[in-house]
Design a protein around this ligand. Structure first.
Ligand code: PBG
Length: 342
């Protein structure tokens, strides 16, 4: 007896006899499961985000992200060294200025002595070329209103003024030693402005990781605590509507045309269809950002005893990798890297 499934003819033995096909045969032992594993996330694929906070004497744990810290310069260097020892593939840095140093134009982002540039110099001095050091380009940590650009007369973010500031931020980050810069502002033309400015400053070898498909997501909630940003309004005029697919393809195509070396989908777990779609279409590395809310959800449920923490974390990383992400930005990178392959 046989039927046709979408995979072709499937033979059945008679109901009383033992089944001919037993998929469980290959799941029987850890060795068989290991041998037949189709995808496996590696330590080298992970990127650890780290935060440097200006003006604090002790590291501060972020309330909504237990286990994640706003670092002092000392503790940041230690965290970077630990990440390298653990075998992570990269470190992504964020700077948090003092409240008094924020202004309407986010000047701290373009100041060569700004907090993120200090973080980049310190981390590069500490770990040198042992890992890849990435700077996030945006203005939201540095503006009083919390938007990622300068506001125009109509109260909306002024695209073309903001990209000029991103270009300057990219150059000061590259001067400070960033190997990759990652514009996260979702302004039109940001990649081409940054590429031109980097090239003009002689930074031809500094790569651009575009936050290409970045959704206006509630999963960023705890990150706002992490960087002490009190956003006025929302980001829906520049980040994408969660129900859209084609818009992501267009954003990725534009970023590649403008010179992006790598592209990113963000958040990760709720957008794995987008990761897969883009991974199938483009020939550059596709990264995914497992964002703050994804971290906090698992940590909170695990703290209540409702989820097995380590198993759930590993499953989430595996799923993001399986969907096609070649790099995963995750707050668990340093902790989980030693348990993964290289
Ligand atoms: C922009 C930026 C954000 C995140 C990374 N870069 C916040 C935002 O766009 O609102 C979020 C990361 C996370 O939630 O972990 N500065």
């Amino acid at each position: 007896m046989s039927i046709h499934s979408s995979l072709g003819p499937v033979a059945f033995s008679t109901p009383a006899a033992a089944p001919l096909h037993r998929p469980r045969r290959l799941r029987r032992t850890p060795q068989l499961r290991r041998l037949t594993a189709e995808t496996q996330v590696n330590a080298n694929n992970l990127i650890q985000p780290l935060f440097l906070r200006d003006g604090i004497d002790e590291p501060r744990e972020i309330t909504s992200m237990p286990g994640v810290y706003q670092h002092t310069r000392d503790s940041l260097r230690k965290a970077a060294a630990e990440a390298v020892t653990a075998g992570v593939g990269g470190i992504m840095l964020f700077g948090i200025p003092r409240e008094a140093d924020k202004d309407e134009r986010g000047t701290g982002a373009t100041d060569p002595e700004g907090i993120l540039q200090t973080a980049l110099r310190d981390v590069v001095a500490e770990v040198g070329d042992a890992t890849v050091v990435i700077g996030d380009i945006n203005l939201d940590e540095y503006t009083t209103h919390g938007h990622t650009g300068v506001l125009g007369a109509d109260g909306d973010v002024d695209n073309d003024e903001s990209v000029k500031l991103y270009a300057r931020a990219a150059v000061v980050q590259a001067d400070a030693g960033a190997h990759i810069v990652a514009p996260s502002g979702m302004m039109d033309g940001q990649v081409s402005h940054i590429r031109a400015a980097l090239d003009e400053a002689g930074h031809h070898n500094v790569a651009i990781l575009g936050y290409s498909a970045k959704y206006a997501s509630h999963f960023y909630g705890p990150f706002r605590d992490a960087v002490e940003s009190s956003l006025q309004g929302n980001r829906r005029t520049y980040q994408q509507y969660p129900g859209n697919i084609r818009e992501s393809l267009r954003e990725v195509e534009l970023d590649l045309a403008e010179g992006a070396d790598m592209v990113m989908v963000k958040p990760a777990l709720a957008y794995l269809d987008i990761v897969r779609l883009i991974a199938d279409r483009v020939d550059v590395p596709v990264s995914a950002y497992q964002v703050s809310g994804e971290y906090s959800m698992i940590e909170a449920a695990a703290a209540k005893g409702w989820l097995d923490r380590d198993g759930t974390v590993l499953e989430s990383l595996t799923a993001i990798h399986r969907a096609g992400a070649s790099q995963i930005i995750t707050y668990w990178a340093t902790e989980f890297a030693p348990r993964l392959g290289k």
